[in-house]
Structures are given as structure tokens and as C-alpha cells.
Design a protein around this ligand. Structure first.
Ligand code: UD1
Ligand code: CA
Length: 475
């Protein structure tokens, strides 16, 4: 149990507790289940985001246990508070562990860390109903196509809101497997009756776990009301218990993202082949070709074309940018009208000015290219500043690293760097200078000068013919 949330006496409004301590055995993975990602974000982060978007004021607690440090670390930035469940002895035990955190609140909403598509409006609806009815327990149910594996909601009588019990898959009585209404794993409780009875949970079931779902029958037995409200769309309460389920939720989320972007005026050809993270922003009139990945906090302006087999992660592109096939762009930016690729690699910190051109097999790292600058072929530019309108010839390399330290290359406006130049940093080439092809430049070049740093050519007239003649005589 963490110190957070302890020792506050007066009843406060609403606590949200997200259950995220389980191992996720069915995923057969080293990584804790709630850190598996869909739409580019961990399962539990989706749940936290949904809880945070509720209109009602609430404090959010996450129950962690399996690989607790790893889960805490991944969620540090979200500002949630944590509760520790050292041994994972079931969902009911998880809530028992949260006793001290929640006892000061009037109500608690419990969410599952592995039910990531839940919408804030649905949580809000459950909570509003719970508050209005003042029932001890209100649970969210759904009718998915296939209820297998979920807990089933047994109503007091058909069509009545009141619930008799929740029966887990492995405890179903004969005939109960036909019950189509499932428990979504999302509940609201009044804290007083919950804490008065939560220790009555028993682990007499095939898993030897304390099931939170048994609270329905316990509270009913104590004369409290338990009601269920059905989610309008069963899809939003689907769980991610296996890789197959996880990938299905990922596809659903990405399809929703693509549909939203298309509704906003973005053309995505073959959207089912694209991987677009939930937080990506794209302006209208941009075209995304098949097999493109747009990841993380990527923002793309209007009128851009992103051609096939390109991966863009955490980048900002202006308007009218063309990205040709096969590019890998990471944590970088490009201004309006820039042209990139095919086969360009932006490592973090590439800043490409408007109308700049970066072509095939060019790698750029921590380098700024001014407006209209060009690096069209086979080049490495690292730790560099390149002025407006400069032209970087094919095969140019900034030698930025001496094995221990990195140094800057500064290239002024309108500089022409001939093909196959090596620029040994730190070095500065002032505005308008000209570098001869094949040069190795180790010293600064003043404005408008020509620098050539290569061995002088030697030409021996007739040498090749004489050699051929010598050889044929030997044979
Ligand atoms: C649970 C419900 C089931 C419901 C389904 C909906 C129980 C017993 N069953 O089943 O009725 O249909 O969710 O998705 O609750 N967790 C802990 N500590 C633990 C065990 C689990 O924090 O000791 C967390 C898990 O990390 C997970 C959540 O609780 O995020 C649900 O646990 P899980 O084992 O996935 O329950 P289900 O079998 O899916
Ligand atoms: Ca589950």
C-alpha cells in the first residue's frame, strides 16, 4: 500500500480505481499485460485517458502488482496515484488492497486495465445512473457476439435492472453458458456497503482467486440493490486477454482513427494496410498511400502526399510536403513544400526548411537545412547547419565524430558543395563559397571563395597503350 491517498478523513466525491496488477498469463509474454500497446499506447494508458476525460471530478488510483515498478514507470507522467497489490489473488483482492485509498470517498468507479476501448461517455453514464439510483453496486454489461470467457450477468427477472449474481465462465451452471449478457468488468460502488462486505469474498472457485464479481451476490444477500446497465456498443468493452484479442482491438482502434481522419478530409488508400496511432493529426487534402505507418505525436499539414512504405514517428510536416516511398522519419520536422525521399532517413533532430529537397539514401541527424536547400543523393549530414539555397552534392559527408566528441559543420547560404566532399568538423563554410568535388575540407572557407582539397590529377599521355603493348609481347 502506498502512502498516497491515506489519512484523509472527510468523505470526498469519487475515486476511480483501475485494476492493473495482473500478469496476463494468457498473453504468454514477459511484458505485463496492461503495458501491451494498442494504437501505439499501453492498454492501461487508454483506460487512464478515458477516466481522465470524465466530466465529473475524480481521483484516479491504479492497482499495480506484477512488475509494479515497470508499470509505475510507464505511467509516471500521467499523474495517477498507485496502490500496491503484492500478490495477485484476484480482482476482489485487488480492491481489498485499495481499502485505505478509497475509504475516504463516497463512491468508487472500478475499471479494468485491460478493457481499453471504453469511452468516457460510457463511464460517465454508468456513474450518473449509479449516483441517481444510489445502489450499492452498478455494473456495466454488454451483449457481444460471443460471450464465451466473460462473466455472465444473471438478472433477477428478464428485463429487470436488478442483478442476482455474476457467474464466471468456469463456474457456469448447466444452461448458463447461453446467457448472452456479459459483465464488462466496469463497476460503480458506494464505498460504505462495499467496504462493509468486501472481506466476505471467498476464493472457493476453480482459480482459487477472490473474484470481485462475487460482490454482486454478497451485496444482494445483504439486502442491497445491484443493477446492471447495458453498454450500447459491445465493442467498447471487449477485453484484451490474448494476443489474438489484443491485435483485434488494435485493428479496431486504428480503423476508427483512419475513419475519423477520412471524415475530416484526409484520403487514406487501403486504410487497413496503414498503421496510424490514435494521436496522429493530419490536415485535409493530404493523401496517405497504402502501407504507411504514422506513429506517436506526428502532425502532418494539408495537401501532403505520403507515399507507400514510409514510417513517420513523432514528426511535424508542414503543408504540401511530398514524402516519396521508403522513408524512415523520426522526431524531425519539414517545412511547407519540402520534398523528401525516396529512401531518406531522418534521425532525431532533422529540421528541413520549406521547399528543401532531401533525396535518396540521404541520412540526416540533428541538422537544420534552410529554405530551398538541396541534398539529393547519398549523403550524411549530422550536427550541421545548412543555409538557405545551399546545394549539397552527391556523396557529401559531414565528419562530425572523432570517436569521442561530436562537432558542428556550418554551411552558409547559397554554398555549393561538390560531390563526394568530406567536411571534417568543426568547420565553417561561409555564404556563397564553392567546394570542389572530391575535396576533404578541414579548415574554414571564407565567403565566396573556392576551396579544393584533393590530390592534383596526373595524366601520362600514351601510358595505357604502352602497357598493353608490353603485355602482348610477353605472351
Ligand atoms: C474479469 C471479470 C469477468 C468479466 C471480465 C471483463 C472477475 C473475476 N471476472 O475477468 O466477469 O467478464 O473481467 O473483461 O473479475 N487484476 C488485478 N489483480 C488481480 C487479478 C487481476 O489487478 O489479482 C486486474 C488485471 O490486471 C486486469 C483486471 O484486473 O486488468 C481483470 O483481470 P482479468 O484476469 O483479466 O479478469 P478476466 O478473467 O478478464
Ligand atoms: Ca480481462
Amino acid at each position: 500500500m502506498s502512502e498516497e491517498g491515506q489519512g484523509e478523513a472527510a468523505p470526498r466525491g469519487l475515486a476511480v480505481v483501475i485494476l492493473a496488477a495482473g500478469k496476463g498469463t494468457r498473453l504468454k509474454s514477459e511484458r505485463p499485460k496492461v503495458l501491451h500497446a494498442i494504437g501505439g499506447k499501453p492498454l492501461v494508458a487508454h483506460v487512464i485517458a478515458a477516466a481522465s476525460r470524465m466530466v465529473s471530478p475524480r481521483d484516479i488510483y491504479v492497482v499495480v502488482g506484477h512488475e509494479a515498478e515497470r508499470v509505475r514507470g510507464a505511467l509516471q507522467a500521467t499523474g495517477v496515484r498507485f496502490v500496491e497489490q503484492a500478490d495477485q489473488r484476484g480482482t476482489g483482492h485487488a480492491l481489498q488492497c485499495a481499502r485505505q485509498a478509497i475509504e475516504g470517498y463516497e463512491n468508487v468507479v472500478v475499471l479494468s486495465g485491460d478493457v481499453p476501448l471504453i469511452r468516457p461517455e460510457t463511464i460517465e453514464r454508468l456513474w450518473r445512473l449509479h449516483e441517481a439510483e444510489r445502489t450499492a453496486m452498478t455494473l456495466l454489461s454488454a451483449r457481444p457476439q460471443d460471450p464465451t470467457g466473460y462473466g455472465r450477468v444473471v438478472r433477477k427477472a428478464p428485463g429487470e435492472p436488478d442483478v442476482e449474481a455474476i457467474v464466471e465462465q468456469n463456474s457456469l451452471a448447466p444452461g448458463q453458458e447461453k446467457v448472452g449478457e456479459i459483465n464488462a468488468g466496469i463497476y460503480a460502488f458506494r464505498v460504505a456497503p462495499l467496504l462493509a462486505h468486501v472481506d466476505e469474498l471467498k476464493n472457493e472457485n476453480p482459480h482459487g482467486e477472490f473474484y470481485l464479481t462475487d460482490m454482486a451476490a454478497i451485496l444482494r444477500g445483504a439486502g442491497e440493490r445491484v443493477v446492471a446497465v447495458e453498454a450500447p456498443d459491445a465493442a467498447e468493452v471487449l477485453g484484451a486477454n490474448t494476443i489474438v484479442e489484443l491485435v483485434a482491438l488494435d485493428a479496431r482502434l486504428r480503423a476508427e482513427t483512419a475513419a475519423r481522419l477520412m471524415a475530416e478530409g484526409v484520403t487514406i488508400f487501403r486504410p487497413e494496410s496503414c498503421v496510424i496511432d490514435a494521436e496522429v493529426e493530419i490536415a485535409p487534402d493530404t493523401v496517405i498511400e497504402p502501407f504507411v505507418q504514422l506513429l506517436g505525436a506526428t502532425r502532418i499539414g494539408s495537401g501532403c502526399t505520403i507515399r507507400s512504405f514510409t514510417v513517420i514517428e513523432n514528426c511535424t510536416l508542414g503543408d504540401g510536403v511530398l514524402v516519396q516511398p521508403g522513408c524512415m522519419l523520426e522526431a524531425s520536422s519539414a517545412g511547407d513544400g519540402a520534398r523528401i525521399g525516396p529512401f531518406t532517413h531522418f534521425r532525431p533532430g532533422a529540421e528541413i526548411g520549406p521547399e528543401a529537397h532531401v533525396g535518396n539514401f540521404v541520412e540526416i541527424k540533428k541538422a537544420r537545412l534552410g529554405k530551398g536547400a538541396k541534398a539529393n543523393h547519398l549523403t550524411y549530414l549530422g550536427d550541421a547547419e545548412i543555409g538557405e539555397g545551399a546545394n549539397i552534392g552527391a556523396g557529401t559527408i559531414t565528419c562530425n565524430y572523432d570517436g569521442a566528441n561530436k562537432y558542428m559543420t556550418r554551411i552558409g547560404k547559397g554554398v555549393f558543395v561538390g560531390s563526394d566532399a568530406t567536411l571534417v568538423a568543426p568547420v565553417r563554410i561561409e555564404d556563397g563559397a564553392y567546394i570542389g568535388a572530391g575535396s576533404c575540407i578541414t579548415r574554414d572557407v571564407p565567403a565566396d571563395a573556392l576551396a579544393v582539397g584533393r590530390a592534383r590529377q596526373v595524366t601520362k599521355a600514351g601510358w595505357a597503350a604502352a602497357r598493353r603493348a608490353r603485355r602482348s609481347k610477353k605472351e
